[in-house]
Design a binder for this molecule. Structure first.
Ligand SMILES: NC(=O)c1ccc[n+]([C@@H]2O[C@H](COP(=O)([O-])OP(=O)(O)OC[C@H]3O[C@@H](n4cnc5c(N)ncnc54)[C@H](OP(=O)(O)O)[C@@H]3O)[C@@H](O)[C@H]2O)c1
Length: 332
């Protein structure tokens, strides 16, 4: 059936300014790392994209290698863009990235100009787009001068293939340097994509401060720790979970007994404040004004609907934050 977006789609989402840029992003954005490949059920992908857009999610995050197989998430997203969202391109912020291994040989990964430019051209073809809104260097390359990687990002913007650029998985020090180079080239760094959640706190050791100083937005990925910070693993590893899937990036060993104890305690705290654990985990990331958006994943529309309801109760009291910290301090 033809898709007609909900006319109420901008009523419930909140939008936050991305650093000191002119761009606003939804407080919740959707990533297509898992669950949008050719191995996945296409109607389910379509339903999640429709639900997201109907709820005011304007930002969809991809990368060259998302699938499996690599590239298939971009192909599928491109198909749904054509069938459902063609008329709404100007309401969408679409990002993609290059950095991890995508094709054979020395030009198929890392941060050379050769790889980044070719990869974005491939991504644009797969998605059927003239340009993406944000293009990221997916990871720092220890063997390519940072000047070259940043010059490639600047070139891509000047070619009109991306409107903005970002970096992902760069340390605080690398971020400072990348921002300096990009600024000197006239293409400021829009956004940083770090891994950040209650269970992964490294971004607090300097990176978030650097982003604030530089006026760069922050969109943490895996804010639910790939599903650990939900009710999913309270009683073992369900068969349909990421931890059980052969191509899932969450390893069974990460669902340790100690982790599950913490998850149960956090779940109880969430229930006390009338939220699901997923909602509390997202509210927790969004508590920091330096965070522009949480970049979530979902395997079913119901999960997305559940996660989105974090917006109804973002505020966390000092006592709640302390209780959460005391559970997290019991980490192994
Ligand atoms: N820049 C990078 O290097 C990088 C790396 C990783 C991710 N990312 C980006 O970040 C996005 C999100 O990453 P992620 O998928 O790991 O995020 P996540 O939100 O931490 O985890 C998503 C998973 O959690 C479970 N889930 C989600 N909502 C739920 C709910 N309400 N109740 C119960 N379970 C729920 C689902 O697991 P099941 O599948 O088990 O149902 C879902 O697949 C990616 O799609 C990608 O765009 C970027």
């Amino acid at each position: 059936m033809a898709y007609l977006p909900a006319s109420s789609r901008y009523q419930h989402m909140t939008y936050r300014r991305c650093g000191r840029s002119g761009l606003q992003l939804p407080a919740v954005s959707l990533g297509l790392w898992h669950n949008f490949g050719h191995v996945d059920v296409q109607e389910n992908c379509r339903d999640m994209l429709r639900l997201a857009f109907d709820a005011g999610i304007t930002h969809f995050d991809l990368a060259n290698n998302y699938g499996p197989p690599p590239g298939s998430a971009e192909e599928n997203f491109g198909r749904f863009l054509r069938t459902d969202f063609r008329a709404y391109r100007d309401e969408l912020i679409i990002s993609t990235k290059a950095g991890y291994r995508m094709w054979d040989g020395p030009y198929g990964e890392w941060g050379s100009k050769k790889y980044l430019v070719a990869s974005l051209d491939q991504s644009l073809r797969r998605m059927g787009l003239d340009y993406v809104d944000i293009f990221y260097s997916h990871r720092p390359d220890p063997h390519t001068p940072l000047e070259e990687t940043m010059a490639a990002l600047d070139l891509i913007v000047r070619q009109g293939k991306a409107l903005y650029v970002g970096i992902s998985n760069y340390s605080a020090e690398q971020t400072t340097e990348a921002c300096r180079i990009l600024r000197s080239l006239g293409t400021p760094c829009l956004i940083h994509q770090p891994k950040y959640s209650m269970f992964v706190r490294e971004a607090e050791d300097g990176l978030l401060d650097v982003l604030e100083q530089e006026g760069v937005g922050c969109i943490p990925f895996s804010p639910l720790a790939q599903g650990l910070l939900t009710d999913k693993y309270l009683n073992g590893i369900p068969r349909d979970s990421r931890a059980a899937k052969p191509h899932g990036f969450l390893k069974e060993s990460e669902v340790s007994e100690n982790r599950v104890q913490q998850i149960r305690q956090l779940h109880a705290l969430a229930l006390q404040r009338g939220q699901s654990l997923a909602q509390m985990a997202l509210s927790w990331v969004l508590r920091d004004p330096r965070i522009t958006s949480v970049l979530i994943g979902a395997s079913r529309p119901e999960q997305l609907a559940d996660s989105l309801r974090c917006l109804e109760q973002l505020a966390l009291g000092q006592d709640e934050l302390l209780q959460i910290e005391s559970v997290l301090a019991s980490d192994s």
